[in-house]
Ligand binder design. Structure first.
Ligand code: NAD
Ligand code: USQ
Length: 396
């Protein structure tokens, strides 16, 4: 079993992943500077579910299972602090979730743009530089995003990270190159994930670091096998206009009788994955590292694609909720096709949970159970992509 350090292990994906890896028998430690909890407080929002403090969470897990998880309150964007924690833990595997992950928050204003770039590029590069300097033979598993590929698709199946290109030269020569799929980020946040890719490519080539980059789709759901065990382990559920993701927002909106906020006419097609599959995929990635000297292993971590208006119709059909078409605060294509290769995780044995599997009901139940905690004024998406945009309702 491996010694695993989870950067960002107090977050929505990091917490259930830490528990799952601990349940599998790994020796897990969490590094988190709790910045997400501070951003919630600054925004005046909070998880819909009442998440316990990190100390209570870890103590509850130890009570229930007898398994210990160490916690380091370390800012990964502070090189000296991160280096010291890495030198203490000397992990076999590091899972890197520790980034500012909301696209709308990253577009709020100059301060948030600067914070997102400094934090995300800082944590990633500090990690790579520290692992190299300490001479650790650590496998780094990073949570990237499907959004690096962009959403202007016409049906080309998006490969797992790399593209073969053929360039005609003189004398009928054809040059072949394998390149990173060209990035086309749609927000400052997605741009930082595109920049992470180059950092990984360099350190895999120059320092022979073993790196897996998981290009994850939008995560939906809340609970996993482990977080369901006790109320003190409950996972976070974001619903506010900055951090709430689309399907969880629709389910929560339906639970409180709020119209479902479809941006524009909802023609945006996106990739999705349930939180239970997120933790399974990360465990599979941990178990299947690249060899030293390999290129970065890029895996698409998604299980299905949906158009936003179809999701709204589905939630409306189940709950009777009204669908509202609101002006889109984002600068994004109004309609796109999306086909994605996810053959690596399928070949490793992932049996995907899809929207039809019934977990939609569990998320709805949780939304209803904690509906009294919802702050309705936090629901609208008020971060606009350009200064001239003013989001508002355009049709019902
Ligand atoms: P989250 O905000 O819930 O968790 C991120 C955690 O990282 C937080 O606990 C935060 O305190 C911590 N963190 C941030 N900066 C840090 C720093 N400098 N030092 C130490 N800790 C720091 O986000 P999440 O939804 O769990 O996302 C985790 C990762 O997965 C992100 O990198 C995100 O880009 C990626 N991802 C998320 C989704 C999704 O739908 N939630 C989808 C695709 C990819
Ligand atoms: N949308 C609505 N109504 C809403 C909220 C969103 O129509 O109330 C639309 C958005 O305009 C967008 C789509 O739904 O077209 C997805 O938005 P989202 O907020 O659910 O997802 P996104 O901003 O892309 O970001 C989320 C996570 C991010 C992760 C990304 C994966 O916050 O960390 O990287 O999903 S992906 O989308 O595959 O790039």
């Amino acid at each position: 079993m491996a010694r695993i350090l989870v950067l960002g292990g107090d977050g929505f994906c990091g917490w259930p992943t830490s528990l799952h890896l601990s349940a599998l028998g790994h020796d897990v430690a969490i590094l988190d500077n709790l910045s997400r909890r501070r951003i919630d407080a600054q925004l005046g929002s909070d998880s819909l579910t009442p998440i316990a403090s990190i100390e209570t969470r870890i103590a509850a897990w130890s009570d229930l299972t007898g398994r210990d998880i160490a916690f380091y309150n370390t800012d990964a964007a502070d090189f000296a602090a991160l280096r010291q924690t890495l030198a203490t833990v000397r992990p076999d595997t590091i899972i890197h979730f520790a980034e500012q992950r909301a696209a709308p928050y990253s577009m709020k204003g100059a301060e948030e743009k600067v914070y997102t770039v400094n934090n995300n590029i800082g944590t990633t590069h500090n990690l790579l530089a520290a692992v190299t300097e300490l001479g650790l033979h650590t496998h780094i598993v990073h949570l990237g995003t499907m959004g690096v590929y962009g959403y202007d698709g016409d049906g080309l199946e998006i490969p797992e990270g790399y593209l073969n290109v053929y360039v005609p030269g003189d004398n009928k020569q054809i040059f072949q190159r394998e390149i990173l799929y060209p990035t086309n980020p749609g927000s400052v946040y997605h741009m930082t994930k595109s920049m992470d890719q180059l950092l990984f490519q360099f350190y895999a080539k120059n320092d022979r670091l073993r790196i897996t980059d998981l290009h994850q789709g939008i995560v939906w759901g809340t609970q996993t096998e482990e977080t369901r065990m006790d109320e003190r382990l409950i996972n976070r559920f974001d619903y506010d206009g900055d951090y709430g993701t689309v399907l969880n927002r629709f389910l929560m909106q339906a639970a409180i009788g709020h119209p479902l906020t479809v941006h524009g006419f909802g023609g945006q097609t996106r990739a999705f994955i349930n939180i239970q599959d997120t933790v399974r995929c990360v465990a599979l990635a941990v178990a299947n590292p690249p060899e030293e000297g390999d290129r970065v292993k890029i895996i698409n971590q998604m299980t299905e694609t949906h158009r936003v208006r179809d999701l709204a119709r589905l939630v409306s059909a189940v709950t009777g909720a009204r669908v509202a078409m609101v002006e889109n605060p984002r600068n994004e294509a109004p309609e796109n096709e999306l086909r994605v290769s996810n053959k690596t995780f399928l070949s490793l044995g992932l049996d995907p949970i899809t929207l039809k599997n019934g977990l939609l009901d569990e998320t709805l139940e949780i939304s209803r159970k904690y509906a009294h905690r919802c702050r309705k004024d936090m629901i609208p998406c008020v971060s606009t992509w350009t200064q001239s945009q003013h989001p508002g309702v355009v049709s019902n």
